[in-house]
Write a new protein. Structure first.
Length: 322
């Protein structure tokens, strides 16, 4: 059975407002939540960036939904701290929490003042972090000296069932590598052919039979012109290739990079439509590719109407397709 979840975008809304949205989404029929984890927003127009790990405890207490979060251990976060934070949530809310780990973006991680590693070295560091986290969840005392240093770390509070570690990947190359060590994959809604390449690469790399999660960037509004314009206002800084998204350091750089993006360019990267049936057809394609959890991110600011309409008209239709 496919789960349809709500994406909580900390870059766009205050944590208090996001808490209201996830409660509303649960009542509307959404069955899971995905949380972002940023220090900076992608653009000054978005204008927010609450601390996801504080918010997760409150949001999970306020709902009965399962939650996942995407984060990047290794620079802004020491992996032992992520292991402890995730273990605490999993102990309080059994079987309701998973964590997706990725190599990160400079816009968030460079605040530490450390050098920004190449993608290859970030992947090496990420795998070290994954191994450290798993060892801590297993009750081991960890000493590690590599791109990450750990000395005499042991978790005394651990969940009976450790959370899944999902690998975050945008490119087929990363997805193939993630397949070798992750419990599953999370990616974003690329154009159809590229998304198929990511899925095939993950399975080829060792991910066959493992769960796959998808974050769908969409824009729904009362009419298509509004859906397009509001997507352009909020999300045009997020349509670039992975190498650009990973390496720019400040929101104003993303705004500068997006200066020449035209509204019509958004169609290639965001599912923009006021037509409910069109959104259901798009979801059908993702189901056919094998995604078991699909998180819907309405990239514009009109969340209440999106939650109400999709809860009433889209989710029942999409679930019928499963």
């Amino acid at each position: 059975m496919v789960k349809f979840g709500y994406h909580a975008s900390h870059e766009q809304f205050k944590p208090s407002r996001l808490l209201e949205y996830v409660q509303t989404a649960e009542k509307a029929g959404f069955s899971a939540v995905l949380s972002s984890d940023h220090f900076h927003p992608w653009s000054d127009r978005q204008g927010e960036s609450g601390y996801a790990w504080s918010w997760l405890g409150a949001a999970m207490q306020a709902t009965n939904l399962p939650f996942g979060v995407v984060c990047a251990p290794g620079q802004r976060y020491h992996p032992a701290i992520i292991a402890q934070a995730a273990a605490t949530l999993a102990e309080m809310f059994p079987r309701r929490f998973w964590v997706a780990l990725g190599s990160g973006q400079a816009i968030n991680e460079q605040i530490t003042g450390e050098g920004w590693l190449t993608k290859g070295d970030r992947n090496i560091r990420l795998k070290e972090c994954v191994d450290i986290i798993r060892a801590l969840w297993a009750g081991e005392t960890v000493n590690h000296y590599g791109l990450i240093t750990v000395e005499q770390a042991k978790l005394y509070t651990r969940p009976q069932i450790p959370p899944l570690i999902i690998g975050a990947a945008i490119t087929p190359q990363t997805a193939e590598w993630v397949g070798s060590w992750a419990d599953g994959l999370i990616t974003i809604s690329h154009p159809d052919e590229k998304l198929k390449e990511v899925v095939e690469a993950f399975r080829r790399g060792g991910g066959k039979g493992k769960p796959m999660y998808l974050k769908v960037q969409l824009s729904y509004a009362k009419d298509e012109a509004t859906a397009l314009q509001t997507a352009y206002e909020q999300w045009r800084t997020n349509i670039f290739k992975s190498s650009v998204l990973s390496d720019l350091r400040h929101p104003h750089q993303f705004d500068a990079a997006a200066e020449f993006v035209k509204p019509e360019d958004m169609y290639q990267f965001v599912r923009i439509s006021a037509d409910i049936e069109q959104h259901i057809k798009w979801l059908q394609k993702y189901i056919e590719l094998g995604f078991s959890e699909i998180y819907l991110h309405n990239v514009n600011r009109e969340q209440e109407n999106f939650i109400a309409v999709f809860g009433e008209k889209v989710l029942p239709g999409a679930k019928h397709l499963v």
